[in-house]
Structure formats: C-alpha cells, structure tokens
Design a protein around this ligand. Sequence first.
Ligand SMILES: Cc1ncc(COP(=O)(O)O)c(C=O)c1O
Length: 362
Amino acid sequence: MQQKNHILLTPGPLTTSVEVKQSLLKDWGSRDSVFIDMTMSLRKNILKIVRAPESFTCIPIQGSGTFGLEAAFTTFTNKNSKILVLSNGAYGKRASSILKLLGHPFVELQFDEKTIIEPNVVQQFILKDPDLTHIFMVHCETTTGVLNPLAQISKISNEAKLCFLVDAMSTFGGIPIDLLNLNIDVIIASSNKCLEGIPGISFILAKQDLVESSRGNSKSLSLDLSAQWLEFEKSGQWRFTPPTHVVAGLLTALDGLNKEGGVAGRFARYRDNCNQLVQGMRELGFKTLLSDSTQAPVIVTFYDEFKNSYTFNNFYNDLQEYGFTIYPGKLTSAQTFRVGCIGNVYPKDIQRFISAVENIIQ
Ligand SMILES: Cc1ncc(COP(=O)(O)O)c(C=O)c1O
C-alpha cells in the first residue's frame, strides 16, 4: 500500500485532487437520465477546452489512451488511406504498430528522440509522396518530454490537404491548443493526464462530417467511433457498459480546471513546476536530456548517472520512502529517468521533491 499523500511525478495516472477522489463515492445507473446528462455535459465541456468549432464532436470511449488511438485509426483510416506517421519517440512508434496490425498503408518518418519533428523535412517529404491521405503527430512525445510544433505541422498538413490526426494525450488541458486557429481533423486524449481525472476514458474530438463519412471503416466492434457517435446522437448512451465513476471524476476534474483559470492557469502552474524541477535538479548536478527550448512542462528526462553500485532502482525506492513516485526512462540510446510535472502537484511539492533528492544523494 502507498503512503498517505503519496505524490505521483509520472506521465500518468497522476495525483488527483481530494474533490476528484470524493466525487467517486457514489454509484450511477448507466441508463439513467442523470448519467446521460453527465455524459452530454462531459462531451460539451471537453470541446470547449480546445475552442473546438461547431463542426466538431467529442466521442468518449472506454479504456486508456491507446484504446482511443486504435479507435481513431480504425474509424478514420482504411485500406485506401496512406498515413504519414511522424515519429520522435515511443508514441509515434505505437501509432505505426496500430496501423501495421490494421494492415493500412503507412510510412513512418523518424526523427531523433532528442529533437522536435522538423517542419521543413516534413514538408519536403510530403511533396515527394502524392499518395498520402493522412498525417499523424504526437503533440508532446512523453517518451522524452519534447514538444512538437503543432501549428507548423497543422499548416503544412492543411496546405497538402491531408487529414491531420493529433495524439494530444499528454497536453490536452495543460498546454493551450486552439482549434479555431489550427487545422486539425482529429484529436485523441484521455482522462488521466493534464485534465487530472482518474484513468479509464479516452476521448476523440473529430470533425462531425468525418465521423459520418467514416461509417463502415472500423474493423473493431467496440472501438467503432462512428457507431458510438450515432448512439450518442440517438439516445445519449454509451453502447457498452460506461465507466460511470470515471465520468463523474472527470466532470469534477473539469470544474477544477475552470477554477484554476482554464488551460492558461493550469499551463502556468505546470510551467512553474517544470522550471523549479529543472533548476533544482541541475543545482544538484543532474543533466536534462532536452534543451530548454524543446522541453514541454509535462515530463522531464534526466540522465541516470548514478555511481558505483547505486542504481535507478535504489533511487526509486528511496524516493518512495519520501512519498514520491517517479518513472524509469524509455530511451534505448541512453540511461535516463523521468520526473513528471503534471497532475494535482504544486511548486511546493516540487520543492519537497528536490529536498528529498538532495537528502538521498548526500
Ligand atoms: C503521448 C502519449 N500517447 C499515448 C499514450 C498511451 O496512453 P495509455 O498508456 O493511457 O494507453 C501515452 C501514455 O503515456 C502518451 O503519453
């Protein structure tokens, strides 16, 4: 069992507020009008977070972020599509794995994990392949914490008339995304990262005409977003057992987001968390993998340069004693570990974390 007030400095699931936890202490009938209204309210409020135009709809689906990604690919692509997957980490690669299983034509354009997706390279690549129909990018590649250039790739995609799918799993609600000023067709995110809800729901924001015209694409019964959208429009209900408590928790989490001043307020806190973390760790001698200009205030990757027989596992366990959970690295090229700055975590918590690290390494 974890200690009381244990703080998760991870990419998710994350520390949630007391209010979110308390909102789970009730049961809801999945076919009751109260729960149908809760689902409707959730769908509406999620669209507002990214200023989605009227033409968009929000389709929540059971499961973690990867379920949402699989749902989006099986619904919005088919064997006549050709998808350009932009990849600078594990989540770009995961998209390729999904497409490979679906058997849909795709090409992966790889970039170094320490750098952003380079817009000029993408533009040149697209010019050379007239068969492309879709483009996919991860906003913040949580493997490292690198923030990819959403506005530039959206512009390039629009000029090339491609359907643009964005994995905004680790930025949605924490880093501003303005759909009124971006040309994005599909966004995929989940309940348990910057929205600070509990895990169990992924949601897909997509242009309604795309959802309608994608009917019949899905090779999965449960991940068919067009069918789920139709059901929401018809009866307001989930097709299969909904994660009732997760919906309740997420609605409370969205209230918390509003109280914090929306995405701008939350972004400011995450940025403060990140700045304190990076500065504090550097003062203790740790080096960051990324340069400050490419770092998203989401998760920070540090080189693991522990000496002698002291290893990451020792460090991890020692931090547990202080009430903090961190995350191992996900890179193949270097030994690293990661510390998150998202969730219901404040600069004072980061200060306590830095003090704990200082005590441990001394
Ligand atoms: C950018 C990104 N995409 C996809 C995922 C996969 O989400 P899940 O682990 O919830 O399935 C994650 C999880 O950390 C992520 O950060």
